[in-house]
Write a protein of this length. Structure first.
Ligand SMILES: CC(C)(COP(=O)(O)OP(=O)(O)OC[C@H]1O[C@@H](n2cnc3c(N)ncnc32)[C@H](O)[C@@H]1OP(=O)(O)O)[C@@H](O)C(=O)NCCC(=O)NCCS
Length: 178
């Protein structure tokens, strides 16, 4: 671990903290889309779209379905991830990881890995021992998840669009914690 990564803390935000963090989270999402990540938005989406998205996430936190993580360094919040606790009666053991985002100026310092490790630890605490996620088949995240012991279930071609409109496949992963 280097000096930079030592200065990083991973926090779980409650609903009020999630609301307060919306401007920083909007900036992280804007930056990821501008950088070309396929994370649910297009290049033409606006700050208002991102703000609406994060306010919905804050509502999910308030409702107990979403656990929202924030990675903070001396610049403030520079990364985030979500753990979605599946509410279906027949899937009480499952959770999904979503929107793992690190601001482009803070990447390659271990923040993405730290967010994933914390999300996994919280899943265990919550009794969720089967985790799933999906990601752009060509993105850096695919390497991260493989490195952290996730299993690739497969890639669905043309699953989503890149921010510029190009088609991209999504790779689906799972990790069993038992
Ligand atoms: C995917 C993403 C979250 C990774 O975040 P990150 O903080 O850069 O992740 P890490 O630092 O843990 O690992 C990234 C790389 O940095 C390397 N790294 C980690 N710490 C390092 C250090 N101290 N010095 C040098 N390299 C380091 C890792 O080995 C890894 O290398 P690799 O990509 O060649 O395999 C980030 O790239 C991102 O936000 N991408 C856009 C959004 C996206 O696609 N999210 C996924 C949606 S499912």
């Amino acid at each position: 671990m280097n000096a930079t990564s030592l200065a990083i803390s991973i926090e779980t935000l409650d609903a009020n903290e999630a609301e307060a963090a919306v401007p920083a989270l909007v900036e992280i999402l804007r930056d990821s889309v501008a950088d070309g990540a396929s994370v649910g938005f297009m290049s033409w989406n606006t700050a208002a779209d991102y703000e609406r998205f994060w306010r919905d996430v804050a509502a999910g936190v308030a409702g107990g379905q979403v656990i929202l993580l924030a990675a903070r360094n001396e610049d403030g919040i520079v990364g985030t991830a979500q753990l979605h606790l599946i509410g279906k009666s027949n899937q009480p053991h499952r959770a999904e990881i979503a929107k793992v985002l690190v601001h482009s100026r803070a990447r390659r310092q271990g923040i993405g890995e730290a967010l994933m490790q914390r999300a996994e630890a919280i899943a265990r605490e919550q009794g969720r021992d089967l985790l799933v996620l999906d990601t752009d088949e060509h993105g850096a995240a695919r390497r991260l998840y493989n490195r952290l012991g996730w299993t690739e279930a497969g890639t669905i071609p043309r699953y989503a669009l890149m921010p510029d409109g190009a088609e991209c496949g999504s790779t689906f992963f799972y990790k069993s914690l038992v």
